[in-house]
Write a protein that binds this ligand. Structure first.
Ligand code: BGC
Length: 276
C-alpha cells in the first residue's frame, strides 16, 4: 500500500492507494495550527487507514519553502508552521521511504501524467489557491533548481501589498484566493460581476506572462480554488495574455486542471510509488 498526504492551509487529505495507483480510501482532516500535533494526527490516521495492510512508501505534498535535503517543511507563508521534520518523523514511525515535495510540483506532476496536461512535454502548473504555487514538469519529471521554483513570489507590482513571505508586490499578494478576498471584500466564488473578474484576469495575466516567458512551457494548467471559476475569467485572461505576453513565441494554451481537489494528493501518491 502507498500513502499520499496533501497538506493545505486549512485541510489535510490522506489517501491510500494500491501498487497500481488505485485510490482505495481518502480522509479529509482540518489542518491543526500546530505542526507537531499534525504529525501525531497523521501517524494515528495513517495507521487507522492501513489496518493490517503493509505500507510500502509515503508521499507528502506541502507548501514551500521546503528543505529538500532533510525533508523539512520550513515556514510556509500562509501557515503558522515552522521547521517541521515530517519526513524523519514518519520514517521513524513507519520504517518506509517518505518523500516530501512542494504541493504545486506534486499537483503539476499528477496533471501532467493523468490530467489536463497529459501529452504536454513541458508543463507549467500554477495553483491559485490560498497562496500561489508553481510546478514545472518536463518529460514526466518535476524540475527543481537549487530549491523549487516559487512562481507565486515574482513581483507583479513594485508598489503592491506585502506578501506573506515578507517581500512586496508578489503575484501571491495580489491574485491568490486570500488576496482576492482582501482586495474585493469577498471570496472568489462570490464574485460574479465581469468588471471585477476583468481586474483579476489582468493581474493574473501579468504574472502568468512573466512565468511563461521564463519557463517556455508547451501548456499551462491552472489549479487551486480560484481556477474553479475559470469560465468567469477565461475571456479576459486570454485578452490580457495577448496584450502583456511576449510576442516572440506563440502563447501556449492555458487550461484549467482536471482534478483541482485531488491533484496534489495524486501527485504525492505517484511520488510514493516511485520512491525507493
Ligand atoms: C508557497 C508555495 C505553495 C503555494 C500554494 C505559496 O505560499 O510559497 O510553495 O506552492 O503557496 O500552496
Amino acid at each position: 500500500m502507498y500513502v499520499g498526504i496533501d497538506i493545505g492551509g486549512s485541510k489535510m487529505l490522506i489517501g491510500l492507494a494500491n501498487a497500481d495507483g488505485k485510490l482505495l480510501k481518502t480522509l479529509k482532516l482540518p489542518t491543526p495550527l500546530d505542526g507537531h500535533s499534525a504529525e501525531h494526527i497523521l501517524e494515528y490516521r495513517i495507521k487507522e487507514l492501513l489496518g493490517d495492510k503493509k505500507l510500502k512508501a509515503i508521499g507528502i505534498a506541502a507548501p514551500g519553502p521546503i528543505d529538500f535535503a532533510n525533508g523539512v517543511i520550513l515556514s510556509p507563508p500562509n501557515m503558522p508552521w515552522h521547521n517541521l521534520p515530517i519526513t524523519n518523523q514518519l520514517h521513524t514511525r513507519f520504517k518506509v521511504p517518505v518523500v516530501l515535495e512542494n504541493d504545486a510540483d506534486a499537483a503539476g506532476l499528477a496533471e501532467a501524467l493523468e490530467g489536463a496536461g497529459k501529452g504536454s512535454r513541458y508543463l507549467l502548473y500554477v495553483t491559485i489557491s490560498t497562496g500561489i504555487g508553481t510546478g514545472l514538469v518536463a518529460g514526466g519529471q518535476i524540475v527543481h533548481g537549487a530549491s523549487d521554483p516559487e512562481g507565486g513570489h515574482i513581483v507583479i507590482d513594485p508598489k503592491g501589498p506585502q506578501c506573506g513571505c515578507g517581500g512586496q508586490g508578489h503575484f501571491e499578494a495580489i491574485v491568490s484566493g486570500r488576496a482576492i478576498e482582501r482586495r474585493f471584500g469577498r471570496p472568489a466564488y462570490q464574485i460574479k460581476d465581469t468588471a471585477t473578474w476583468d481586474i483579476i484576469a489582468r493581474d493574473m495575466a501579468v504574472g502568468l506572462s512573466g512565468l511563461i516567458a521564463i519557463t517556455a512551457p508547451d501548456k499551462v494548467v491552472l489549479g487551486g480554488g480560484v481556477s474553479v471559476h475559470y469560465n468567469r475569467f477565461k475571456k479576459p485572461l486570454a485578452k490580457y495574455l495577448e496584450h502583456y505576453g511576449s510576442r516572440l513565441y506563440p502563447m501556449p494554451p492555458v487550461v484549467p486542471a482536471k482534478r483541482v481537489e485531488r491533484a496534489a494528493l495524486d501527485g504525492a501518491l505517484i511520488l510514493a510509488r516511485r520512491a525507493k
